[in-house]
Design a protein around this ligand. Structure first.
Ligand code: IMP
Length: 420
C-alpha cells in the first residue's frame, strides 16, 4: 500500500493535473480533498485538451477510482457541465467516480455574494467568483447545505430560507442586486441532486476500506500552498487548506503517514489575482515568459503574473507540507530565454532572510537574485545541457529535497522521471 499526496508548491497553476495524470498509473484511488471548481487542471491526451475543475485528474485512467472528498466545496451545476464534457472523452460512471455525501454545496447565492464582494469593495482579492469563499463561510457558520441535503426538497427549502434571512439584507441593502427566488433554487438543486445520486456515497468509509485492503491512494491538491487560508499570503488566498493537512479534514486520513508528498512547482512562478509577489517581472522578458508559457488561467482566462523562481517561498512550501519530492514543470518555457535568475533570499529591514514564516511581510521584501547561465535545451533527448543541469542542482541543493520529475511540455510523454 502507498499513500501519497501531490500539492501545488506555489500560487496554483503549477501543472498538477499533468503530474497526477502521469502518477495515476500507479494508484488505485485519486482523491480531491479541498477547493472546488476554482481549480483548473489542463491535460493534453492524444492531442485533445481536457480541462478538469472538480473531477480528479485520475479519471482519465480506467482502472482508477476518483473520489471527491468532504473538504471540496461542490457546485452541482458546474459538475454537471464538466461531467458532460469529460464524458465525450471517457465514460464517467458511478463505479469510477465517488462524491462525498458530506461535501458542502455551492449555491447561486454564494456565487453572487462572491462576485458582489470582489467587485464592490476596495480590498479586492481577485477571486475566481465561483462562490468558494462564501460556501466555506456557510459551512463554518453551520448554515450551509451538504450534498445529502439535495435529495430532500423540504430540507433544501428550510436550510436555504435560514441562510437567506441574512443574505437578503446583504443583497438588498448593501450590494443592491436581485437574487433568484428560493423556489427556483430549490427545484434546480433538487433536480441536480437526482442526477448526482448514483455518484454520492460515504467516501470516508470507502477510503478507510481501501486502506485496509492495501490499495494505493493519491491525494490531489488544488491551488497551491501559498494560497492556503492559514499558511498563504493572507488575505490574498483561497478559503481552504491547500497544505498537506487539508487531507485530514477533507478526506479523513487522521493519523496516517504519507510515503511521498510531491510538491509541484514551475521553473518560474505565476500568480493570478491580487497579492504580494516579490519576484514579479514587469519587463519584456516577463512578457516573453508569459506568452511562451501561455500563462492564462484555465478557469477564468485571466492573464497570469510572472516572476523568477523564488527559493525562500519554495523552502517554505517544503516545510509547511513536509514535501519529500519536487516535480519541476514548464522547464521548456525558460529554454532559449536570454537570461536566467533565481531568488535565493530576501532583504528586509536591513537583514538577509533565506526563510519566511506565516505573516512574513512579502510586500516589503526585496528579492536577492543569483544569475545563472541560460540554457537552450530542446528536450529531444533526456541528456540535459550542463547549464540546465546546474539549474536543477541548485534548486535541489537550496530546498534540500530531490527533483523527481522534470516536465517540459503539455503532452503526456513530455516528462522525465529524474529519480525514483
Ligand atoms: P477563490 O478561490 O475563487 O476564492 O480566489 C481566491 C484567490 O485564489 C484568487 O487570487 C484566485 O485567483 C486564486 N485562485 C483560486 N483558485 C486558483 C487556481 O486554481 N489557480 C490559481 N489561483 C487560484
Amino acid at each position: 500500500m502507498s499513500l501519497s499526496a501531490l500539492i501545488g508548491a506555489q500560487w496554483g497553476d503549477e501543472g498538477k493535473g499533468k503530474i497526477t495524470d502521469t502518477l495515476s498509473c500507479d494508484f488505485d484511488y485519486v482523491v480531491r480533498y479541498q477547493g472546488g471548481h476554482n481549480a483548473g487542471h489542463t491535460l493534453v491526451v492524444d492531442g485533445k485538451k481536457i480541462v478538469l475543475h472538480l473531477i480528479p485528474s485520475g479519471i482519465l485512467h480506467e482502472r482508477v477510482i476518483s473520489v471527491i472528498g468532504q473538504g471540496v466545496v461542490f457546485d452541482p451545476r458546474s459538475f454537471y457541465q464538466e461531467w458532460q464534457e469529460v464524458n465525450q472523452h471517457i465514460k464517467v460512471d458511478e463505479s469510477r467516480l465517488k462524491i462525498s455525501l458530506n461535501a458542502p454545496v455551492i449555491t447561486t447565492y454564494h456565487k453572487l455574494l462572491d462576485a458582489c464582494r470582489d467587485e464592490q469593495n476596495d480590498l479586492c482579492i481577485g477571486t475566481t467568483k465561483k462562490g468558494i469563499g462564501p460556501c466555506y463561510e456557510s459551512k463554518i457558520a453551520r448554515m450551509g447545505l451538504k450534498i445529502a441535503d439535495l435529495f430532500c426538497k423540504a430540507t433544501l427549502q428550510k436550510k436555504l430560507e435560514y441562510s437567506l434571512k441574512e443574505y437578503h439584507a446583504l443583497f438588498t441593502h448593501l450590494y443592491q442586486v436581485d437574487i433568484p427566488e428560493i423556489s427556483t433554487e430549490v427545484q434546480e438543486l433538487y433536480e441536480l441532486g437526482q442526477f448526482l445520486k448514483p455518484y454520492v456515497s460515504d467516501t470516508f468509509s470507502l477510503l478507510h476500506q481501501a486502506q485496509q485492503e492495501n490499495k494505493n491512494i493519491l491525494f490531489e491538491g488544488a491551488q497551491g500552498i501559498l494560497l492556503d487560508i492559514d499558511y498563504g499570503t493572507y488575505p490574498y488566498v483561497t478559503s481552504s487548506n491547500t497544505c498537506l493537512f487539508g487531507v485530514h479534514t477533507g478526506a479523513g486520513f487522521l493519523g496516517s503517514s504519507f510515503d511521498r508528498v510531491y510538491g509541484i512547482a514551475k521553473a518560474y512562478v505565476t500568480r493570478v489575482g491580487e497579492g504580494p509577489f516579490p519576484t514579479e517581472m514587469f519587463d519584456d522578458l516577463g512578457e516573453a515568459i508569459q506568452k511562451k508559457g501561455n500563462e492564462f488561467g484555465a478557469t477564468t482566462g485571466r492573464k497570469r503574473r510572472v516572476g523568477w523562481l523564488d527559493l525562500p517561498l519554495l523552502r517554505y512550501a517544503v516545510k509547511t507540507s513536509g514535501l519529500t519530492h519536487l516535480c519541476l514543470t514548464k522547464v521548456d518555457v525558460l529554454s532559449q530565454m536570454p537570461s536566467l535568475k533565481v531568488c535565493h533570499a530576501y532583504e528586509y529591514e536591513g537583514k538577509v532572510h533565506r526563510d519566511v514564516y506565516p505573516g512574513f511581510p512579502l510586500e516589503k521584501a526585496k528579492p536577492l537574485y543569483q544569475e545563472l547561465q541560460p540554457f537552450e535545451d530542446t528536450f529531444e533527448s533526456h541528456d540535459f545541457s550542463p547549464q540546465l543541469q546546474s539549474f536543477l542542482d541548485l534548486v535541489e541543493r537550496e530546498i534540500n529535497i530531490p527533483i523527481s520529475h522534470v516536465a517540459y511540455g503539455p503532452q503526456r510523454k513530455q516528462i522525465f522521471q529524474k529519480t525514483n
